[in-house]
Design a protein around this ligand. Structure first.
Ligand SMILES: C[S@@+](CC[C@H](N)C(=O)[O-])C[C@H]1O[C@@H](n2cnc3c(N)ncnc32)[C@H](O)[C@@H]1O
Length: 284
């Protein structure tokens, strides 16, 4: 495995994923019942945008670097969390999904993070290992959906929560087969959970089969949320990204429809940018 998220932290795909992740957390926090979050492909948890890796690609300057407050409340919420991360870890700090989960969730909530590579795993342990709510596993995140769901950290059952699946797609489209097999299992084990799978968009044509498979999963609903920064017609680069969200919470579709529309203008590179928020399976 070669993928290092440090080269991509804060890019347009992270912006979409992290705005959506915080919106899902906020929906869960509307009730006092404890929440469980599983981050199957956690990464390092904390990045520095002035570090060599991020500077070499400059991707953050096409993502978080283009945003300002006032575009939409969900984007302000994300920018507020990034600012809090900067206040704690230095002005160039950028939070990974485990950090955002730990920041958003409460004392009664629990978080499990899986990361396979030793380097990011060490950074993740240094960033969040001291937080008693967070369990860090150096194991395969797909297998964790079998081992850790339904969630019973500390012996207590959790009815509410989410699973974020954010693989590196080194296997290209074949990654969907592995992700869907694990997600099917996870949805059967924990039908109350919300499950979100991030994916890159290169060409629209390549995504048709995976959308059909996604809609056939055992869940009440499936929402597709995409942000395109260019036309989705070239296999050579990431032209946008999306999230498939099974069992999305009430009004999450409205929030993401407005938030992604507000992200298009600042993040698009020329014509062809846009957003898609649609139900691939409507809630009953
Ligand atoms: C896209 S990055 C994660 C970024 C993170 N979710 C965030 O938003 O900040 C994907 C991570 O998954 C790790 N990884 C790859 N295959 C894995 C697997 N089977 N199980 C757990 N982690 C894996 C990689 O080492 C990499 O750090």
């Amino acid at each position: 495995m070669n993928y290092q998220h440090a080269f991509h932290a804060g890019n347009h795909a992270d912006v979409l994923k992290h705005v959506a992740l915080l919106a899902l957390c906020d929906a869960l926090l509307a009730k006092p019942a404890p929440v469980f979050a599983l981050d199957t492909h956690a990464g390092a948890g904390l990045y520095h945008l002035q570090a060599d890796a991020a500077q070499r690609t400059g991707e953050a300057s096409g993502g978080i670097g283009r945003l300002q407050r006032g575009l939409h409340p969900a984007i302000d919420r994300y920018l507020g969390a990034v600012a809090d991360c900067g206040a704690m870890h230095g002005a160039d700090a950028y939070p990974g999904s485990p950090w955002l989960l730990a920041h958003a969730l409460r004392a009664q909530d629990r978080i499990a993070c899986c990361e396979l590579q030793p380097g990011p795993l060490d950074t993740l342990k240094a960033a969040l290992g001291g937080d008693a709510r967070v369990a860090i596993h150096g194991r395969d995140g797909y297998g964790a959906m079998k081992a850790l769901l339904p969630p019973k950290p500390g012996g207590a059952a959790f009815n509410r929560g989410l699973v974020l699946v954010d693989p590196p797609y080194e296997a290209q489209l074949a990654e969907f087969d592995a992700a869907f097999a694990a997600l099917r299992d996870g949805l059967q084990r924990w039908p109350q959970g919300m499950f979100a799978l991030w994916y890159p968009v290169k060409t629209r044509r390549a995504l048709a089969r995976m959308q059909r498979s996604a809609a056939a999963m055992p869940a009440k609903s499936l929402l597709q949320v995409e942000l395109l920064v260019r036309a989705d017609d070239s296999p050579l680069r990431m032209n946008g990204s999306g999230l498939l969200v099974w069992n999305a919470p009430w009004r999450f579709d409205d929030t993401m429809r407005q938030a992604t529309k507000a992200l298009v203008q600042p993040l698009a590179d020329g014509p062809g940018g846009g957003s898609i928020v649609q139900w691939l399976r409507s809630p009953a």
